[in-house]
Design a protein around this ligand. Structure first.
Ligand SMILES: NC(=O)c1ccc[n+]([C@@H]2O[C@H](COP(=O)([O-])OP(=O)(O)OC[C@H]3O[C@@H](n4cnc5c(N)ncnc54)[C@H](OP(=O)(O)O)[C@@H]3O)[C@@H](O)[C@H]2O)c1
Length: 203
């Protein structure tokens, strides 16, 4: 079992963007849950910047209230879609799934960066079950967990005084590292847990 800090994680699922083993950002559809601020917002920004032919769906409870998302929407009007999604409300999950299906027909990458599923006792069994189920699909989906390090966001503010300066990462740095892990994920990584530096965390 990972340490208590290491068990606060992000999770993601992805289908290959292309037949090559490396993630190709061109023309893929990515969805980020928990995108209004913090790590999720930075994922949206970097995915849009790296992926000039692809699309990003950004979700949170009230996208209209996020100034960060509004700024990205101004810059990436065509490639960014904002959807309301509350992970505690099943109908809102269904509504956003229908909207994605109607607009794009598929998803290549799903990143869950919302704090709500970070409770270890909930996230880990759910992720393990998802990984097992996804591997059985005819077109298998890879599901991994990621630890972003301690990242300077609203969520970590109360704990930052105990973190040495060099160990408090910027959102930009952490998300660059995490995208590089995503970029290189292989089908046999399904169900694994990786730290920001690519080290596998046993769990
Ligand atoms: N920051 C760190 O040092 C750190 C370290 C380890 C792990 N993590 C994990 O990384 C993830 C992101 O952390 P963060 O620091 O970026 O957090 P954050 O700045 O607090 O952002 C959390 C995001 O989750 C969304 N969210 C909260 N409740 C939601 C709900 N019911 N439905 C949908 N979205 C919801 C929020 O959007 P709205 O409130 O606008 O809906 C917001 O966009 C979390 O899972 C966290 O546990 C962070």
């Amino acid at each position: 079992m990972a340490s208590s800090r290491a068990t606060r994680v992000l999770s993601l699922t992805r289908r290959p963007f292309s037949s090559s083993s490396s993630l190709k950002f061109d023309a893929g559809v990515s969805m980020v849950q928990g995108a209004s601020r913090g790590i999720g917002l930075e994922f949206v920004k970097q995915l849009l910047e790296k992926n000039d032919k692809g699309h990003v769906v950004a979700t949170c409870r009230n996208p209209d209230a996020s100034t960060g998302l509004a700024q990205l929407k101004d810059k990436f009007a065509e490639s960014l879609k904002l959807l309301p999604l509350d992970l505690t409300v099943e109908t809102s999950i269904q509504a956003s799934a229908s909207s994605v299906r109607e607009t794009y027909g598929h998803l290549n990458l799903l990143i869950n960066a919302s704090g709500i599923l970070s409770i270890p006792q909930v996230l880990q069994p759910v992720s393990k079950t998802a990984a097992v189920e996804f591997a059985r699909e005819k077109d298998p989906i890879v599901c991994i967990l990621l630890h972003p390090g301690t990242v300077d966001t609203d969520l970590s503010k109360p704990f930052q005084k105990n973190v040495p300066k060099e160990k408090l990462f910027s959102k930009e740095f952490s998300v660059q590292k995490l995208l590089s892990i995503i970029d290189n994920v292989k089908s046999n990584d399904n169900g694994k847990f990786f730290a920001w530096d690519g080290q596998e965390i046993p769990w």
